[in-house]
Write a protein of this length. Structure first.
Length: 389
């Protein structure tokens, strides 16, 4: 049934076709997960125990040396869960917010999973995407690796950057694609014949070979003139999870994965306003309050790429009066998870003092160095209302 993008976003998860799901306990070994993923062709599985729910994906296995001795709870992504009444938009928010490819779906005592693939299948019914250019959603520039690059280097790059796909080029032209799935299933090998769903692994300390010996030589590609619907239908029919955007000369222009496609839905997520708390302004000065809050939010938004601010508190004090004029001292504190920024300004007139304050805040945040970006840390996830403490 054809839907608009907004209709799909508001659709309950229960309306999506239910795919196969493999559920493990956090205490199970990685070798058990590896076996099931290999046998089923899936790239993720659910781990659940009590009130703990999470996802383990093929990409998470890149750094595992001894899968038969490594527990799932050492590598899984604990992300909470959705229910059958959760909207596609909310599920998409949880998936993208946690950087995972799926989230657990809890229906009473049953545990299933909703994945990017499930939502991608539903996007195929959104006819309006025929009119959206693929170039508008692709990620560019694209990290590529040369065909002569060692597999060990590609694996390390995937782990450092949290990538599952890296296009391979030769003399600047696309010649293939390397995936985390292929690396894991090639090098985390079985040491003996095992039963279905339990692949006992051997320690691998080296990842020999080069990209041209492992890459998929016929990756799914589209031209720069293609539509988003062309991408969706191509991914579904090919069974691939990434699409490389190229020109007629095989030059790489961008890459589109299921994540980029889910962002089309996520763009409909309402944007929460930055909390701004002002103390000391009279309640009747509603207009001035709204103007000030808007100015502060604009300043913080301009610095949002460098600094994460979760709230701003402002305190206003009258210093003295001169006829009808009033001198104010205003202090502000912009607070984030790691840093806070304190500024103050004194001047005659409320709005004039606020103008000086916002200028000071803008300068302070611009001068402050952006925090060092580290790799993704396990366990620090977006809060989920369904996740019990």
């Amino acid at each position: 049934m054809t839907k608009t993008l907004e209709e799909l976003a508001l659709t309950e998860i229960s309306s999506l076709p239910e795919g196969s799901t493999s559920v493990f306990a956090p205490g199970d070994t990685v070798s058990k997960v590896l076996g099931v993923l290999k046998d089923t062709g899936r790239t993720e599985a659910v781990a659940a125990e009590g009130d703990r729910y999470g996802i383990v994906a093929v990409r998470d296995l890149l750094g595992v040396d001894q899968p038969e001795r490594t527990k799932i709870e050492n590598i899984w992504n604990q992300v909470g869960y959705v229910t059958s009444s959760t909207s596609v938009l909310e599920a998409t928010d949880l998936i993208l917010g946690n950087g995972v490819s799926a989230v657990p779906l809890v229906d009473g005592k049953d545990v299933h999973m909703v994945s990017q693939q499930d939502i991608l299948d539903a996007l195929a019914d959104v006819e309006e995407l025929k009119n959206t250019s693929a170039k508008t959603i692709m990620t560019t520039p694209v990290l590529t690796m040369d065909a002569e690059s060692p597999i060990s280097q590609i694996r390390r790059t995937m782990m450092d950057k949290n990538y599952s796909f890296i296009p391979v080029t030769k003399e600047g032209k696309l010649v293939g694609m390397i995936t985390a799935e292929e690396i894991v299933h090639t090098f985390v090998t079985t040491s003996s014949k095992t039963t279905r769903g339990d692949r006992s692994g051997q320690k691998v300390t080296r990842f020999p070979g080069k990209a041209n010996g492992m890459m998929n030589r016929q990756p799914f590609t589209i031209l720069t003139t293609a539509s988003v619907m062309d991408v969706i239908k191509g991914l579904i029919s090919s069974g691939e999870k990434a699409c490389v955007v190229v020109d007629e000369g095989s030059n790489v222009h961008g890459i589109i994965t299921e994540m980029e496609l889910l962002k089309l839905i996520h763009a409909l997520m309402p944007t929460a306003e930055l909390p701004v708390y002002i103390v000391g302004i009279e309640d009747e000065n509603f207009f001035e309050r709204s103007v000030v809050e808007d100015k502060i939010r604009r300043v913080v938004k301009r610095s949002s790429r460098m600094h994460t601010i979760t709230e701003v508190s402002v305190r206003i004090k009258k210093q003295q009066t001169s006829g009808e004029r009033i001198r104010y001292k205003i202090t502000a504190r912009a607070m984030g998870p790691k840093d806070s920024y304190n500024v103050e300004n004194e001047d005659w007139g409320l709005m004039e003092t606020f103008d000086g304050l916002t200028d000071q805040l803008s300068k302070t945040m611009r001068r402050a160095k952006a925090p060092h970006q580290k790799g993704r840390r396990r366990g620090r996830r977006r809060p989920n209302p369904n996740l019990k403490p």
